[in-house]
Design a protein around this ligand. Structure first.
Ligand code: LRH
Ligand code: MN
Ligand code: MN
Length: 388
């Protein structure tokens, strides 16, 4: 049975992708951070920009915060501000990678005073979650070593387990802890959470409210990411995605820009594994916009995810299974490729219009004059992250 766009539109209607506040700040490389006109100066302005993306796409109803980048005095007021703008506050990201004390580690540190400082930071983040109504605490650790022998890699694992246990004990009834992995950088010899297996082992030891976060940019070149997606869903431990694109390393480029086919394959496994529109799996972006405008960059990103979701939903599962069971290698592959090569853009444009959204959100934003307006209003925007 061929699947048509009409068959999948209901599933598209409930899709939600969380935007990172830091995507709206200035960013660059270690060589240069570029600034763009209209860059937000405050967490409130970042939230307002995220709300703009949601207004034009209907796809981005929440914003993730990074603490301390988005530190404010009154988080309940920030939540009210977000809701007034039509979005919610989402995942709270901790940050133990910009303090001199963490040069040799944070949750893995050998010095109990520093390790406790890192644990306390996570307690503070849980306090923020209580005020914002956020469900997820996302932990990504820069911890690792640069040289063989520099650290006791097993001892570091044990200290991390102990630190995570203390943090997990404070996680509320309706809250979760997600542990993100990354195979290298900033540490080059070893990272303390380099891969999904380590994250899985650590969160499994904690309990049901601890899950894995998969950042698509955090794998070695050639890694079969959709296989990891399948496995984590199968194990009930895929908590969230950080979507972005990479060519070489942790490039944080627009999701779907470098390899749309990979994004399609990932989302196909999400659909196959029951992860789509499943509140247990958070879809987030984790991106920076170094040379392109940020609001259109985020609009493009959520549209890319939507487009590949539509294509993945068009895979004819019945025909695929028949071909697989018959050992029809090329037939099975063709079923997948037929869906991938389907141009869903005209159907999505018409569907958006039928829901009161602009047919082409990119064009609508460009025509809106919003960028010129914020450029005139905002002077001296903030850097996204490093060195903020
Ligand atoms: C680390 C990472 C992590 C951070 C974000 C800014 O590379 O992906 O998610 O919180 O970048
Ligand atoms: Mn990430
Ligand atoms: Mn990253």
């Amino acid at each position: 049975m061929t699947i048509t766009f009409a068959d999948i539109s209901a599933q598209l209607a409930t899709q939600a992708i969380e935007l990172p506040s830091w995507a709206f700040g200035n960013s660059g490389t270690r060589f240069k951070v570029f600034s763009t006109p209209g860059t937000p100066r405050t967490p409130q302005e970042k939230i307002a920009d995220a709300a703009k993306v949601h207004e034009l796409t209907g796809l981005a109803p929440s914003v993730a915060l990074h603490i301390p980048w988005d530190k404010v005095d009154d988080y309940a007021a920030l939540r009210a501000f977000a809701q007034d703008h039509g979005v919610d506050l989402g995942t709270i990201n901790s940050n133990t990678f910009q303090d001199d004390d963490y040069k040799f580690g944070s949750l893995t540190h050998t010095d109990d005073v520093i390790r406790q400082k890192a644990i306390d930071h996570h307690f503070e983040c849980i306090g923020v979650m209580d005020a914002t109504g956020s469900r997820d605490l996302k932990i990504w650790l820069a911890d690792g070593t640069n040289y063989p022998g520099q650290g006791d890699i097993r001892g570091r694992q044990d200290r991390m387990a102990d630190s995570l246990e203390k943090i997990y004990a404070r996680i509320g009834e309706n809250q979760r802890l997600v542990l993100e992995y990354k195979f290298f950088e900033p540490a080059f010899y070893h990272m303390d959470v380099p891969d999904w297996g380590t994250s899985y082992a650590q969160v499994t030891a904690l309990g049901d409210k601890a899950l894995v976060c998969l950042d698509t940019g955090h794998h070695a070149p050639g890694t079969n990411i959709e296989f990891i997606v399948m496995q984590l869903l199968r194990l009930g431990k895929l908590g969230s995605f950080d979507f972005n694109s990479r060519f070489y390393a942790d490039d944080d480029l627009i999701v779907g820009a470098a390899d749309p086919f990979q994004l399609f394959r990932i989302i196909y496994e999400v659909v196959r594994g029951g992860g789509l529109n499943n509140p247990d799996v958070a879809f987030m972006l984790d991106q920076c916009h170094n040379v392109e405008d940020k609001i259109p960059g985020q609009i493009r990103s959520v549209l890319n995810v939507q487009e590949m979701t539509a294509r993945a939903l068009l895979v004819d599962g019945g025909a695929l299974k028949t071909a697989q069971d018959a050992g029809d290698v090329l037939g099975a592959n063709a079923v997948l490729m037929d869906a991938f090569y389907t141009d869903v853009r005209p159907d999505l444009a018409a569907w958006r219009e039928s829901r009161g959204l602009p047919a082409d959100p990119m064009k609508a934003y460009a025509a809106s004059g919003h960028l010129a307006k914020i450029a005139a209003e905002r002077v001296g925007g903030q850097q996204a992250s490093w060195g903020a």
